[in-house]
Design a binder for this molecule. Structure first.
Ligand SMILES: Nc1ncnc2c1ncn2[C@@H]1O[C@H](COP(=O)(O)OP(=O)(O)OP(=O)(O)O)[C@@H](O)[C@H]1O
Length: 265
């Protein structure tokens, strides 16, 4: 169906239901929306043309959740509805679903909300952007830095050693460029509860052999999961091979977020 016709209908529906935004998975086209327009580039949507109507709706809902998680992290929309436009369907989508899926409050006993938000958003940026066209994988272990230290050692010289707090604060976007540079190093980042990066290039001396984890995880993922079982900490990993961002606590994977969709607007 014509993308412009669907967009026109979406603008009317958005007005009617008081939507926060229109989220479009179609090709960009002109429209007169009164609410923000968010474009999503999702390469896995080509399959829609071969599906039945009910399959289209459930697939679109699934893809909308992936997009809504990114929108939740980037726009901090925590409630309300958006109107999602797909090549063959229009959905009115409740943002609560994304919030429930990645609720930063679920980690508040270990990591404050603003620190968790910052690490997740930064992790998504690293997963989406990579570095100079290359995918990169890394991990953040956030929590009791003293205890994390006891189960790890420096794989390389710590680039954060001796730097003052202003440069090490992960909540400050100005520090994210250097984090992205150091994300290319071996090992993991250690971040304390205040959001201060204590180390990069840290090797975790732990074993995941007793943990129940999804198959196919690499060494850094397994070690990050294992440290969260051993000490009060949350792990956030970015997979170089699959582009997925995962969150671990208590030795288990609690969130998996796709990063192969691009949000603009
Ligand atoms: N215990 C560990 N602590 C810190 N870093 C590790 C540990 N084990 C492996 N690494 C580092 O992680 C890097 C990637 O290893 P690997 O591909 O096995 O795992 P991964 O990062 O979990 O998986 P992916 O390939 O999906 O990113 C290696 O360069 C290695 O030095």
């Amino acid at each position: 169906m014509n993308d412009e016709v669907l967009m026109g209908a979406a603008v009317e529906i958005a007005d009617e239901v008081g939507a926060k935004a229109i989220v479009s998975f179609t090709r960009p086209c002109t429209c007169q929306a009164k609410v923000p327009l968010i474009w999503v580039q999702d390469l896995q949507l080509d399959i829609l043309k071969d599906l039945s109507m009910s399959e289209i709706v459930s697939t679109c809902e699934h893809h909308m959740l992936d997009a809504a998680i990114q929108i939740y992290l980037s726009h901090r929309f925590e409630e309300g509805v958006v109107v999602a436009v797909f090549p063959y369907a229009i959905l009115v989508y409740d943002l609560e679903k994304a919030k429930n899926f990645v609720d930063v409050r679920d980690y508040e006993d270990l990591v404050p909300r603003d620190v968790m938000y910052a690490v997740l958003k930064l992790a998504m940026e690293i997963a989406v952007e990579g570095r100079e066209g290359r995918k990169i994988g890394t991990a953040f272990v956030i929590g009791d830095a003293g205890q994390i230290d006891r189960h790890s050692h420096q794989a390389i010289l710590n680039p954060y050693l001796g730097h003052d707090r202003a440069f090490r604060d992960i909540k400050n976007h100005e520090n994210w460029e250097s984090v992205k540079e150091f994300a290319q190093l071996d090992g993991v980042f250690v971040v304390d509860r205040q959001g201060m990066i204590c180390a990069a290039g840290r090797y975790l001396d732990v074993s995941a052999k007793d943990l129940q984890l999804p198959g196919g995880l690499g060494g850094r993922h397994l070690a990050t999961a294992a440290i969260t079982h051993l000490v009060p900490a949350v792990g956030v990993t970015i997979s170089e091979s699959g582009g997925l961002v995962r969150v671990f606590r208590d030795g288990a994977c609690t969130i998996t977020i796709r990063s192969d969709i691009r949000i603009t607007g």
